[in-house]
Design a protein around this ligand. Structure first.
Ligand code: ATP
Ligand code: MG
Length: 423
């Protein structure tokens, strides 16, 4: 029995060969071939073909081919009706099919068109799946989703630059991390929480791994023994998410030519100061007590891959002097600060926070900060703060590494960087 179907999408190509015309229609689920034979369709339909331009939006209705002949399409139909919903101007600023490749700046200038293809869609389907999997694991494990403010009344002193915002007659700032409010929510008695949302950095970094606006999955938990409990949470969370993405999106991963490797055992942990010895093997000499640079991250990534066959590893015990006032110290000069690295790039930072009021105040003075500016936050540590810790995973960073994207701008729909705030 013949089946009549109605399809919609963007006209990807039009090929007319005498009295037969093939139109390839693209939408986010399918590629459809419309085969139109002049003799078999009303005159108006044949005339409409002349009006169609690439990337116009149409709806078509017709008989579904019983046996598909065209190879790289999902569906083939013989339309009896086509409605042109929106005609695309010519020439296009960019070819969404990528047959004519464009440079990244051109692509980003024309991002809605650039995104209109299955490879780009694959990235953002995986982006959504990653967050979905994070949430799934967190909920299953007793974490509650919270929404902390993006607007903060005072810069949060973590070292990174903040964007000032006009707020009636005064200046406030966009958060650079939901960190401090996450901690206050812990003090409010929410023992396991996560906040997925935007963060901003007013840094003029022109790298392939920095954005001015990005998203973090930030997790915080109370009543920990030490930072190792936080590592365990992060390890289980990340492994679960990678497994889920791999299971659910094999088609998209194949399209992107990506194979996700999930560490079979536990995620290895490297520590300062042993890290200095490892780096020496790569001819990288870092003075005792100093932090490393991004070249070191890549070297450590190589080392871990070779020694442990893992793409992921933790680095623990960073030098305290390079960390914000709120981290908990380990034996000097180290801190209970933990990064997670993926293929040689930091994708998250966290660790155990200082919860003892007196120690916190001492650390603020040590760092040369004005306690008055932080009183809005520190004063609550006087009224019962449990030991706690957490981490913030940069979603775009993780996605970039997971999918082997060369530039973090590929991992976000509309990147914001020092030059770009449009479209
Ligand atoms: P980096 O040293 O790589 O610039 P950071 O240590 O300053 O990063 P954190 O403050 O630790 O960054 O932020 C937590 C996580 O948020 C990072 O591990 C990273 O995944 C992500 N992140 C931080 N800054 C940016 C940025 N500018 N663009 C994209 N992601 C970022
Ligand atoms: Mg960091």
């Amino acid at each position: 029995m013949e089946e009549i179907v109605k399809v919609h999408g963007w006209v990807r190509s039009i090929r007319q060969l005498g009295n037969i015309c093939f139109i390839v229609l693209w939408n986010w689920n399918q590629k459809i071939q419309l085969t139109i034979k002049r003799k078999e369709v009303p005159v108006e339909l044949w005339k409409l073909i002349d009006e169609l331009t690439p990337e116009s939006v149409i709806v078509a209705e017709g008989r579904k081919a019983e046996k598909k002949i065209a190879k790289d399409v999902d569906l083939e139909i013989f339309p009896s009706q086509i409605v042109l919903l929106s005609k695309a101007c010519t020439p296009l600023p960019l070819d969404p099919s990528e047959r004519v490749p464009a440079l990244l700046p051109t692509r980003l200038d024309n991002r809605p068109l650039d995104l209109r293809n299955e490879r780009r869609h694959a990235i953002f389907k995986i982006y959504a799946a990653l967050i979905y999997a994070f949430e799934e694991w967190l909920r299953k494990n007793g974490f509650i989703r919270v929404y902390t403010p993006s607007i903060i009344g005072a810069p949060s002193e973590s070292g990174a630059a903040v964007f000032p915002v006009k707020y009636f007659d005064r200046t406030v700032y966009l958060r650079q991390d939901p960190q401090l409010h996450r901690q206050l929510t812990i003090i409010a008695g929410f023992e396991r929480l996560y906040d997925i949302g935007p963060s901003w950095r007013a840094e003029k970094s022109h790298t392939t791994r920095h954005l001015c606006e990005y998203t973090v999955c930030a997790v915080e938990q109370a009543f920990i023994e030490d930072e190792i409990d936080v590592e365990k949470t992060e390890e289980n969370l990340v492994k679960y998410a990678l497994r889920k993405v791999k299971q659910k999106h094999s088609k998209e991963l194949e399209l992107l030519g990506v194979d996700i490797e999930i560490p079979r055992g536990s995620i290895p942990e490297l520590r300062f100061p042993e890290i200095y010895e490892i780096l020496k093997k790569f001819n990288k000499h870092i003075p005792y007590g100093e932090s490393y640079d991004d070249e070191s991250e890549r070297m450590l990534g190589e080392y871990v891959k070779k020694e442990y066959d893992s793409d992921l590893f933790f680095v623990n015990r960073f030098p305290y002097k390079d960390k914000p006032f709120y981290v908990m110290k380990a034996e000097p000069p180290w801190a209970r600060s933990v990064d997670l690295l993926y293929k040689g790039l930091e994708i998250s930072s966290g660790g155990q926070r200082e919860h003892r009021y007196e120690v916190l105040m001492k650390q603020i003075k040590e760092k040369g900060l004005d306690p008055k500016n932080l009183e809005w936050y520190t004063k609550f540590f006087k009224y019962g703060a449990p030991p706690h810790g957490g981490f913030a995973i940069g979603i775009e960073r993780m996605l970039m590494k997971m999918l082997n994207l060369k530039n973090i701008r590929e991992a976000i729909l509309f990147p914001r960087d020092p030059e770009r705030a449009l479209p």
